[in-house]
Design a protein around this ligand. Structure first.
Ligand code: AMP
Ligand code: TRP
Length: 327
């Protein structure tokens, strides 16, 4: 039997090349080896304020981005979190096992809440990792592909599952986190010490999946580079290393191949070619995206939710029995 994978992305902000290379592209490659479930986690997105119309639009758009990237609905289950009510039901039950002290240690919570006074930080933001644990545990997930920043949440999920199993008997599979490929952490084009981010203040930080060819050329031209002029892949040149990573991941060429290609050439040639590589990926991607109708995407999401509901219902029945709810 194939092992099961679950992962999700929030429908907020503009998806960028980092999201694609660090997450979605790798999920596409896992579809044959694993049984895969991919989710648009809209209930996580509302832990910070969202415009309702925007949220609905974004949710559908993320689903289409999954599809245009190569998530194949005949191989993977694709659905929207809020359409399977068991996620919130299990989250409540896990809340009764989760500890304040553990949640207070979560870096993502600390980062996101830092800017606000404690009095005004939402309880949903605090409880975010427990909902994430529910997403994972509902489906007897074996493996969760995530970025490094999410590993702490996976650890919490494992603890909650173990605590539940110990107290009520074997119920949940203990999942494992699977880190994205080395080199797949894409840094900001304007600052190679911070990861490319949809919430970056400057648009020169990221390449959005919706950027035009002209924008891509402009952003890459402006991308910061290191001192010197040779094209070498080295930790001493973090800005260039990041650009070579992007080049390599999108073209399939190794970083060494790329170094060899640019012996005797400078940043100008390299950047022009890199912009071409990015555009050669984005243009067909955007065309596939434009060709997916709302109706088609909605139908795929509905059939995905049906499959997910079936699995979730069975798991919740076990949970309810174990903890002593009337079934
Ligand atoms: P986020 O945009 O933080 O909601 O993350 C969605 C997914 O994309 C997660 O799996 C992240 O680990 C991944 N991701 C986000 N930013 C980057 C980045 N700069 N490089 C690689 N992966 C990223
Ligand atoms: N918290 C994850 C992120 O920000 C998104 C997410 C929600 C998720 N539920 C999940 C990822 C379950 C993996 C499994 O990237």
């Amino acid at each position: 039997m194939k092992k099961r994978i679950f992962s999700g992305i929030q429908p907020s902000g503009n998806l960028h090349l980092g999201n694609y290379l660090g997450a979605i592209k790798q999920w596409v490659d896992l579809q044959d080896e694993y049984e895969t479930i991919f989710c648009v986690v809209d209930l996580h997105a509302i832990t910070v304020p969202q415009d309702p119309e925007e949220l609905r639009k974004k949710t559908l758009e993320i689903a289409k981005i999954y599809l245009a990237s190569g998530i194949d609905p005949t191989k993977s289950t694709l659905f929207v979190q809020s359409q399977v009510q068991e996620h919130t039901e299990l989250a409540w039950i896990l809340n009764t096992l989760a500890r304040l002290g553990d949640l207070e240690k979560m870096t993502q919570f600390k980062d996101k809440s830092e800017k606000n006074e404690k009095e005004t930080v939402g309880v949903g933001l605090f409880d975010y990792p427990v909902l994430m644990a529910s997403d994972i545990l509902l489906y007897d997930t074996n493996v969760v592909p995530v970025g490094k920043d999410q590993m702490q949440h996976i650890e919490l999920t494992r603890n909650l599952a173990e605590r539940f199993n110990k107290r009520f008997g074997e119920t949940f599979v203990i999942p494992e986190g699977k880190l994205s490929k080395e080199g797949a952490l894409i840094m900001g084009l304007d600052d190679p010490t911070k990861k490319m981010s949809k919430s970056a203040p400057s648009e020169y930080n990221y390449i959005a999946l919706s950027d035009t060819a002209e924008t891509v050329h402009r952003k890459i031209k402006k991308a910061v580079t290191d001192s010197g002029s040779e094209i070498v892949y080295s930790d001493d040149k973090p800005a260039l290393k990041n650009l070579i990573n992007i080049y390599s991941l999108l073209s399939g060429k190794t970083t060494q191949d790329i170094e060899v290609m640019y012996v005797g050439k400078g940043y100008g040639d390299f950047k022009t070619d890199l912009a071409e590589v990015v555009v050669n990926f984005l243009a067909p991607f955007q065309e596939r995206l434009a060709n997916i109708s709302d109706d088609d995407a909605l139908a795929i999401l509905e059939s995905g939710a049906e499959k997910a509901r079936e699995l979730a219902r069975i798991k919740m029945k076990q949970v309810r029995e174990k903890i002593g709810l009337l079934v």
